[in-house]
Design a protein around this ligand. Structure first.
Ligand SMILES: C[S@@+](CC[C@H](N)C(=O)[O-])C[C@H]1O[C@@H](n2cnc3c(N)ncnc32)[C@H](O)[C@@H]1O
Length: 355
């Protein structure tokens, strides 16, 4: 119980997003700065940890995007929230098969946690990669941003609507150090922002990714000035349904949202319709929102698995297909995860979306 108080940092109460920002990303005691979350021994596994084929498909998508932009000599690639660096490690291996692309690529990683940065440095071991604090460092060349499970890990705000008024959920630290949920009238600024989205009209329990949208705003600005696009893959939905999607996991099991603070991962499902509306409002073109299964199949993941399987022993083959099923099956990650591409160009057709 005593541990609860340290996440409040001298405040009696905090909005949901500020509270979980401390719980997850505080430089000393935050989950992502004090624990290694990934893999069988950790708390959760993401698609790059399930199957290397997932990462190979992302590599192909990036190389094809470089071709779509006319094979520029300087091509910026930014991974958002690279976690343990597994995805980037595989990308770099695949990129070696495309020498002209390999020469042109400039890779940047965008990461908030110092512990994750250390882990990425250890796992990737490539001196040409740069860690970005500020997007303004990139001045020329088209730019591609991509992130797997990046937006679902940025804490959201929660509101309820009562008779047209918005009230924001806060957590309050009680005298006995228990945490209580309370609602306070939303700020005029937040209410105005929320009411400007058609997607959030008539919704009475609203999840608003204010910090995620602020990050997106900087990304969009860069895409518009340099030309480029953004690929997002995340656990999410198309139609908001008044649901509270905040969830916590420890050791691969669901956990009460306020238990094991600092020792559990906390995420929310991404509202893809809201992202879509935000991109359009900010002058990007949205191609499509499709399930992860469709995206990976369009990129040829099944054909690739057949080729690899030919050289394998039976047990390895079984393992390969089991893992493939996990990322493609509609009941598992295949439909729950969605993919969106937003671009500064009306005309460009992106692999996986237009095939
Ligand atoms: C759930 S992990 C996903 C890791 C990886 N992309 C994967 O698929 O395995 C979320 C990652 O995003 C990072 N992250 C969260 N919020 C961030 C922010 N505002 N800026 C940069 N990185 C952030 C986390 O530290 C972590 O590396």
């Amino acid at each position: 119980m005593k541990t609860n108080s340290k996440f409040f940092k001298n405040s009696r109460s905090l909005p949901v997003d500020k509270f979980f920002q401390n719980v997850l990303y505080d430089k000393k005691i935050g989950y992502y700065n004090s624990k290694l979350p990934f893999g069988g021994k950790g708390d959760f596994v993401t698609a790059p940890g399930v199957s290397n084929l997932f990462s190979e498909m992302i590599a192909i998508w990036i190389v094809s995007t470089w071709e779509i932009y006319g094979k520029p000599k300087n091509f910026n690639i930014v991974e958002l929230g690279p976690g343990d660096g597994s995805l980037m490690r595989t990308l770099l291996q695949v990129f070696k098969n495309f020498p002209e692309f390999n020469e042109a690529k400039k890779i940047y990683l965008f990461e908030i946690s110092n512990l994750m940065k250390k882990l990425q440095k250890k796992n990737i071991k490539d001196k040409s990669i740069k860690w970005l604090k500020n997007l303004d460092k990139i001045k020329k060349g088209p730019i591609v941003f991509f992130g797997n499970e990046f937006f679902d890990s940025i804490p959201i705000k929660q509101f309820k609507r009562e008779k047209k008024l918005l009230f924001e959920k806060h957590y309050m630290l009680e005298k006995n150090l228990k945490i209580k949920e309370i609602f306070k009238k939303a700020s005029i600024k937040d209410a105005k922002e929320i009411n400007s989205f058609t997607t959030l009209k008539n919704i009475n329990f609203i999840e608003y990714p204010k910090n995620g949208l602020l990050e997106l705003k900087k990304i969009i600005k860069k895409i518009i000035t340099l030309d480029g696009c953004l690929l997002i893959i995340d656990y999410g939905y198309i139609k908001p349904n008044n649901q509270n999607t905040l969830q916590s996991v420890v050791k691969h099991k669901k956990n009460h949202i306020l238990n094991n603070l600092g020792k559990a991962d906390v995420t929310s499902h991404v509202n893809f319709s809201l992202l879509n509306e935000f991109f359009l409002k900010n002058n990007l073109i949205v191609k499509k929102i499709i399930p992860q299964r469709q995206f990976l199949q369009n990129l040829g993941i099944r054909e690739r698995s057949e080729i690899i399987a030919k050289k394998m022993r039976f047990s390895d083959k079984a393992n390969l297909y089991l893992r493939l099923n996990r990322i493609l099956s509609p009941k598992l990650m295949g439909d729950l995860f969605k993919v969106i591409v937003a671009s500064s160009s009306k005309k460009k057709k992106y692999l996986g979306f237009d095939s």
